[in-house]
Design a protein around this ligand. Sequence first.
Ligand SMILES: Nc1ncnc2c1ncn2[C@@H]1O[C@H](COP(=O)(O)OP(=O)(O)OP(=O)(O)O)[C@@H](O)[C@H]1O
Length: 247
Amino acid sequence: MDVLVEIRHLFFWYGQRLVLEDINFDIKRGDFLAILGPNGSGKTTLLKCILGLLKPQKGEIKLFGVPVEEFSEKWRLGYVPQRAIALVDPVFPLSVEEVVGFGLLPKKKFPRFLARADKDAILKALKQVEMENYLHQRISKLSGGQQQRVFIARALVSRPEILILDEPTTGIDAATQERFYDLLAEFNQKGLTIVIVTHDIGIVNKHVKQVACLNRRLVYHGTHEEFCSSPRLQQIIGEHHLVIHRH
Ligand SMILES: Nc1ncnc2c1ncn2[C@@H]1O[C@H](COP(=O)(O)OP(=O)(O)OP(=O)(O)O)[C@@H](O)[C@H]1O
């Protein structure tokens, strides 16, 4: 099977503090992987290492077979960062089109100029999340769930092969979250590889195919069926390795 992300013997320290310890796993094309773990267990740090935003002190990450530090096709990974919605400035008048347009920057030589093809790509990404009627609206005027869809469109506009989301439903009501996960499942069925850091173990259970439990070390990595049926799950919860907190 096509391995998109390869993680081998990964260690990461913030100063003296070891946050990721000897992490090893692969992400394959078509995976829908949930990364679970308590607050402070290293989930965001792991995503940032995969995205090349943080440089691990030890170990190796390959993206599409290329070491992350040499990988130049960043557009092949779409990223929805944690608390993206909270960063929407109610005063600064960014339109939906502009926000989604930022997702094209890794592909563009002249970032300030939106060409016809860019506008088409933006509209197409917005259609994928059913937000095409909001093109010229201010992002700050939208609801949390609508903003979330716009951030997904921003991540999708470069037509990535992996979509990486860091706790994307924080601050969104339960019904909207359900629809949001249904949408991700649809993308996955069409072939998009998805990696999601989440605390919503209940909702995410419906759709994910693989689960990784992180608590500085990788406590568990396997298929979702194994995860649910295995006595190991009970053991993990029993050992308090996987205490799920909320923000
Ligand atoms: N820039 C930083 N400098 C120093 N320590 C940091 C930094 N960023 C994160 N940490 C610490 O590293 C540990 C792992 O943080 P990380 O954000 O990766 O965890 P997380 O599992 O994503 O947590 P959460 O579920 O709360 O988002 C935490 O103890 C955090 O306080």
